[in-house]
Design a protein around this ligand. Structure first.
Ligand code: C5P
Length: 408
């Protein structure tokens, strides 16, 4: 699973025997795509070495509040701001008590005071300590402060007792952490997304295509899935693995992409055209490889491809339709022209003349253009931008559905 791609997770480890499981948890979080930084309390280092966690997280482990070297690398306030989520696993009774009391007597409690990120706690302790009224009061207080509590589980404990207080398994904790990022803005909706380039064959070995990487369309598909949608990704040839829990249809030509887009379109609520479709294709595909001739100039006869997004927007069961526009100047004006010409609801416009964003790069910055509004989302990674875009598109879509139901 890559449900944590580009997420910044701060994993706090406190002193308890379950700390040995935090090594596996770090590995799982990293494997899910997260950037993991580990903070250990002094007691945690008695159970597992910082070196293990450094090797698994790929980042230096933060141990002390007043460590000049660590502060020079990433200061504690910077670290608190860096995190998208703080997960403390295991969270000992002592740590929970200090947290509930609002103390900042070590690095981890200080970070929890200084952060705006959600804090998730995975308690782990002896069953009697967990049942103790003071621990339970602390838990009530932490929950009232908005902190999330994962577990604890129940069963045989390291000390030989049986009862509640076992830390949840690393696989469960990694899933619960991933779920924190999944909003449900598109729950139950069906979303079709086109992505990547198309290939227009000239003969059995040659084609006309473009440099589209498909990264934006794939990131949008994952973000739509994480927002609760059923996603059909209609993809031209790209070097990306098909995302999990998404129906991925591989196509080559614009005609195949159109056929895949129109198939079952009546079930589609939201259509996002992120593909870089070839505008033209050869009039005919040579049956055999075209031979080099004696002439210096070779002429190709091309015919216009169908416009996929315009065909979708013109269909009888028209979904909410979103197009992309890559422009090098007068971005908003051209996007508005395209919006009305193709009868779209929304255009995601980007200025491809700016270096380092857009086509075939990892970052992007866009302007959302409707017939009445424009809204700019600044440069960020395509994954982050995809999540922001899906969240914004879901809002526009919601307004559209409300208006449609009022009109009918
Ligand atoms: O006209 P232009 O290619 O600039 O329009 C870009 C938008 O139209 C993108 O959303 C692209 O996916 C879509 N498009 C399409 N079919 C085409 C050409 C473009 O769906 N043949």
């Amino acid at each position: 699973m890559h449900r944590l791609t580009n997420r910044r997770l701060l994993l706090g480890i406190t002193g308890g025997i379950a700390a040995y499981k935090s090594a596996e948890l770090t590995r799982l979080l990293k494997g899910a795509g997260a950037d993991v930084r580990v903070v250990m309390t002094p007691a945690a280092t008695e159970f597992i070495t910082p070196l293990t966690l450094q090797a698994l997280s790929g980042n230096p482990v933060h141990l002390q509040l007043l460590d000049p070297e660590a502060e020079a690398g990433m200061g504690h306030i910077e670290l608190a701001k860096w995190a998208d989520l703080i997960l403390v696993a295991p969270a000992s009774a002592d740590f929970l008590a200090r947290l509930a009391a609002g103390m900042g007597d070590d690095l981890l409690t200080t970070l929890c005071l200084a952060t705006d990120a959600p804090i998730c706690l995975a308690p782990a302790m002896n069953q009697a300590m967990w049942r103790d009224a003071r621990t339970q009061q602390n838990m009530d207080k932490l929950k009232a402060l908005g902190m999330l509590v994962f577990g604890p589980g129940s069963g045989v404990q390291a000390c030989g007792d049986t009862g509640p207080g076992r830390m949840l398994e690393p696989t469960e904790l990694a899933l619960l952490a991933a779920e924190r990022f999944e909003h449900r803005a598109l729950a139950g909706k069906t979303v079709f997304i086109t992505a990547g380039p198309t290939r227009e064959a000239l003969d059995p070995v040659r084609f006309i295509s473009n440099h589209s990487s498909g990264k934006m369309g794939y990131a949008l598909a994952e973000a739509a899935r994480d927002a609760g949608a059923r996603v059909r990704l209609i993809s031209g040839p790209v070097n990306l693995p098909p995302p999990e829990r998404i129906s991925c249809i591989q196509v080559e030509s614009a005609q195949q992409m159109l056929d895949a887009a129109l198939d079952g379109l009546a079930q589609c609520d939201l259509f996002i055209a992120a593909a870089a479709v070839a505008d033209y294709r050869p009039v005919s595909i040579a049956e055999h490889k075209i031979k080099k001739g004696s002439e210096e100039i070779m002429e190709l006869h091309l015919i216009k491809n169908p416009d996929i997004v315009a065909s979708v927007a013109a269909s009888a069961t028209r979904p909410f339709t979103v197009g992309f526009a890559a422009e090098t100047r007068d971005v908003v004006q051209y996007a508005q022209d395209k919006l009305s010409r193709k009868r779209l609801d929304l255009i995601v416009a980007n200025d491809v003349s700016q270096p380092g964003i857009g086509f075939n790069s990892d970052d992007n910055a866009v302007t959302l253009v409707t017939s009445t509004t424009t809204e700019t989302l600044p440069t960020t990674s395509k994954q982050q931008l995809a999540r922001q875009l899906i969240s914004r598109i879901a809002t526009y879509f919601d307004d559209y559905e409300k208006t449609a139901s009022k009109d009918s």
